[in-house]
Design a protein around this ligand. Structure first.
Ligand code: CIR
Length: 252
């Protein structure tokens, strides 16, 4: 069970962030509304939220997931892999320092939290354009010291590992239909996301609910059939900046 989450409000510079989506410019009023609805959903899942003020110097800083890897017992402050986002982690470090035992990814390592997925006592580390070998090796050493099994997986054709794969719990794994290394996930009950619904591969289990982006009916009913309660959230303005449901919070 998660009890807490950290989120950061989007800054007015949000539209200047990094994107490959070609979905157009985000509407800032809608961004704020969608972010507010996301925060309310987390509260409805039983979480106590720490809401950080916007930081206009970092247009992507509402995507807090990339700045840390957190569990109930410890946190790892990352070194974001795109130089335009390097520095976002400083504020998150200040917030987490009084709460958790912290470790740090150090140069030349780079690592984005979006590349790290926990599945019970296992962690998967995506090697992507953002997370390099040194970052992954450092993370593995830290996690191994807490007795987690850690697996590295190459990430192809998508931004982050969790853009394409997410663990729901109960051995259920949502998987992008083109994910290049399906064999690595043989032990799981694989819920394959269909063509045209790829964005919903980033659905997010939070306690008794699964948060699913609005507009993806096939994956929604597959998740419902497994017995999960669903909260659907409008995510259009985050999708425009390559962000998904998991990216908007750090949960622990
Ligand atoms: C970026 O490219 O870094 C942001 N525009 C989106 C980050 C999304 N984060 C995530 O998937 N964990």
């Amino acid at each position: 069970m998660f009890t807490r989450a950290i989120v950061r409000k989007p800054a007015h510079t949000y539209a200047n962030g990094i994107t490959t989506s070609n979905l157009g410019k985000p509407d800032f009023e809608l961004v704020k509304k969608q972010h507010q609805a996301y925060c309310e959903a987390l509260i409805n899942c039983g979480l106590e939220l720490t809401v950080l003020d916007p930081d206009p110097n970092f247009p992507d800083s509402c995507f807090v997931e990339d700045t840390a890897v957190v569990t109930k017992d410890f946190g790892i402050i990352t070194r974001p892999g795109d130089p335009r986002r390097l520095g976002e982690e400083i504020e998150i470090r200040k917030v987490l320092e009084p709460i958790l035992k912290l470790h740090y990814i150090e140069e030349p390592g780079t690592l984005d939290g979006g590349d790290i997925m926990q599945a019970d006592k296992k962690f998967y580390v995506g090697l992507s354009n953002r997370t390099n070998l040194s970052g992954s090796k450092q993370l593995k050493e830290i996690l191994a010291s807490y007795n987690y099994d850690v697996y590295s997986i190459p990430v192809c054709n998508i931004l982050h590992f969790k853009t394409g794969v997410n663990y729901l719990g109960e051995n259920n794994l949502i998987l992008h239909h083109e994910f290049c290394s399906k064999d690595d996930f043989k032990i799981y009950n694989q819920i394959i996301v269909d063509t045209n619904e790829e964005y919903a591969a980033n659905s997010l289990r939070v306690n008794d609910f699964v948060l699913v982006p609005k507009g993806f009916p096939k994956i929604k009913s597959k998740i419902q059939e497994l017995g999960y309660k669903i909260i659907e959230l409008e995510m259009s303005e985050f999708q425009k900046m390559d962000g998904g449901l998991s990216c908007l919070s750090l949960r622990f």
